[in-house]
Design a protein around this ligand. Structure first.
Ligand SMILES: [Zn+2]
Ligand SMILES: [Zn+2]
Length: 251
C-alpha cells in the first residue's frame, strides 16, 4: 500500500465517521468523506460578475488592478468558494490538521473551476519549501492536485516547479509586499529539454499548465509560479484554488 493509503486507513480507524465540521454522523455512503453534504453546501461559491482574467469580483470603476502585472502566460485564475467561516476550517484541516484526505471534499467543490476537456491540461501543484514539507509531511497543494486528477483523469506534474528559497509566511502582508515576498521564489524544469512534459506519456506537447493551490489571496504566489513556467517555455497557464480570501478595500 502506498504511504498515502496507509495514512487514510489509519485516519479511518482513528476518526469516527462524522463530519469534521459539524460532527453530524456520516451515512455509510459518505463514510470516505470528511465533510457532510450540508457543510459542503454552505461553502459559498465565487460567482460572476468577475474579472475574466483573475476571477476577482469586478471592480466598481476602471480596469482590474489585481491582475494587471501578471505574466502574459497566466491566462485565467478561478477559485471555487469564498474563504469564510464555513470554508476556513476545511482549509485548516488540509493545511495544519494533518488531514490530507479532506482534499477529496475540497476537490469536489473545485470541479467547476476548469473544463479539463478544453485542450490537454496537466496539473502543477504549488511546491512547498523543503522545511515546511518536512514539518507537514505532505504538500497540501499536491494532495489537492492528486484529488482533482482522480476526478478529471489528467496528469499531475509534482516536480515541474521547485521552490528556490523559503518565503516568510504571507498572512499579514499587503498585496504589494506579497508580490515582493515571492519574487523569484520558484523555478521550473526547462520545458524544451529531453524530459519535457511533451515527451511524457499522456501529456501533450503544449499543454495548459494548471497551477493548483489551496487559497488565493492576492494571486502573488500563482503569478510568480506562472512566471517561472513562462520562463521555462510555457505559454498557456491557468490557476485554480479551493478558496479565495476577500481582500479588504480592494475593488
Ligand atoms: Zn457537516
Ligand atoms: Zn483581474
Amino acid at each position: 500500500m502506498p504511504p498515502s493509503s496507509v495514512r487514510s486507513a489509519v485516519e479511518r480507524l482513528l476518526l469516527p465517521a462524522e463530519c469534521l465540521l459539524c460532527h453530524a454522523l456520516l451515512t455509510p455512503r459518505e463514510a470516505d468523506r470528511l465533510v457532510c453534504p450540508v457543510c459542503r453546501g454552505r461553502w459559498k461559491a465565487v460567482r460572476p460578475p468577475w474579472c475574466e482574467r483573475c476571477g476577482q469580483p469586478e471592480p466598481h470603476f476602471g480596469p482590474c488592478r489585481l491582475c494587471v502585472e501578471w505574466p502574459a502566460a497566466l491566462r485565467s485564475v478561478r477559485s471555487a468558494v469564498w474563504l469564510d467561516a464555513c470554508a476556513r476550517p476545511a482549509v485548516h484541516a488540509l493545511k495544519h490538521g494533518g488531514l490530507p484526505r479532506i482534499a477529496d471534499d475540497l476537490a469536489t467543490a473545485m470541479l467547476k473551476t476548469l473544463s479539463p476537456a478544453d485542450g490537454a491540461s496537466v496539473l502543477v501543484p504549488i511546491p512547498l519549501a523543503q522545511k515546511r514539507l518536512r514539518a507537514r509531511g505532505y504538500n497540501q497543494s499536491e494532495t489537492l492536485a492528486r484529488a482533482l486528477a482522480r476526478q478529471w483523469r489528467i496528469p499531475v506534474l509534482p516536480d515541474l516547479l521547485v521552490r528556490t528559497r523559503e518565503t516568510p509566511t504571507q498572512t499579514a502582508l499587503t498585496p504589494d509586499t506579497r508580490l515582493a515576498n515571492v519574487a523569484g521564489a520558484f523555478a521550473a524544469e526547462q520545458l524544451g529539454g529531453r524530459l519535457t512534459p511533451g515527451r511524457r506519456p499522456g501529456v501533450s506537447r503544449d499543454p495548459n499548465y494548471v497551477l493548483v493551490d489551496d487559497v488565493f489571496t492576492t494571486g502573488a504566489t500563482l503569478a510568480e509560479a506562472a512566471r517561472a513556467l513562462e520562463q521555462a517555455g510555457a505559454t498557456n497557464v491557468t490557476g485554480i484554488t479551493f478558496a479565495r480570501a476577500a481582500i479588504p478595500d480592494f475593488t
